[in-house]
Design a protein around this ligand. Structure first.
Ligand code: OAD
Length: 227
């Protein structure tokens, strides 16, 4: 099997009941992202930001992986040369059985000290008065990459894309950089590119191939073609 880099977005978890961001009724139609997903918003109102992510954490922990997560877990288990990168902060890939998932936008199940950068497993409910277990400062935040911050693991992801034969984007609108630019890096490096999404994203011709439909149907069917 060829070397594959897979990038997933909110669409892969949509059928597990977790809201996407930009679809009709999506999270960014209900919340002001500058208030809840930026360092400046957190500095202004940490209580509000913790409440927003406490709700995301409760939703994620109460959700179950779906057939798309399971198919990708089978693919990663049976092929050493697949890197699964996700923009999602939920742990549904892991709970479906995928190991080594690269969470470029962080993880809702992890906490981060804004002062000493110590990381630990987040409690179900976080609060601005929580203290860092390492340095004791009351500066704990969810381990989430906010707008204006650098996504995690970028060097590793770009090196893997440049070495891949196939780049696949699943359930992402392709509106948020740097992830939105991965397809261009893959094309320039000579990889085949495939988009799997509910509907094609608006820029035609950006991917070599497009498969449309709900992830729980399209992803297992696509994975099956690789075996
Ligand atoms: P978006 O909400 O922008 O896009 C979700 C995509 O999933 C859309 O293209 C939908 O058409 C598609 N979709 C919806 N339901 C689907 C289904 N059942 N099967 C397949 N596809 C489906 O979410 P992302 O692209 O993941 O970042 O958003 C990227 C980043 O923007 C997020 O990681 C988050 C957000 O702001 C941060 O918070 C830093």
């Amino acid at each position: 099997m060829v070397g594959i880099v897979i990038l997933t977005g909110a669409g892969v978890s949509a059928e597990s009941g977790l809201g996407t961001f930009r679809d009709k009724g999506g999270l960014w139609t209900k919340y002001d992202l500058s208030e809840v997903a930026t360092p400046e918003g957190f500095a202004r109102n940490p209580q509000l930001v913790h409440a927003f992510y406490n709700a995301r954490r409760a939703n994620a922990l109460d959700a179950a992986p779906n057939a798309a997560h399971s198919a990708l877990a089978r693919l990663t288990a049976e092929n050493d040369d697949v890197l699964l990168v996700t923009q999602n902060i939920d742990d549904l890939h892991e709970r479906a059985g995928s190991n080594g998932v690269v969470h470029m936008h962080g993880e809702i199940t992890r906490a981060l000290c804004a002062v000493c950068e110590y990381r630990w497993d987040a409690p179900r409910v976080m609060d601005p008065v929580d203290t860092c277990p390492d340095c004791g400062t009351k500066a704990t935040r969810p381990d989430i990459v906010w707008f204006g911050e650098m996504p995690y693991h970028m060097d590793r992801i770009i090196a893997a894309i440049e070495a891949a034969d196939l780049f696949v984007a699943i359930g992402t609108s392709g509106e948020v950089y740097p992830a939105a630019g991965f397809v261009d890096i893959a094309s320039t490096a000579g990889a085949e590119t495939l988009e799997i999404n509910l509907e094609p994203t608006p820029v035609p011709g950006r991917f070599d191939r497009v498969i449309t439909g709900p992830a729980t149907e399209t992803v297992p069917a696509w994975v099956e073609t690789l075996f």
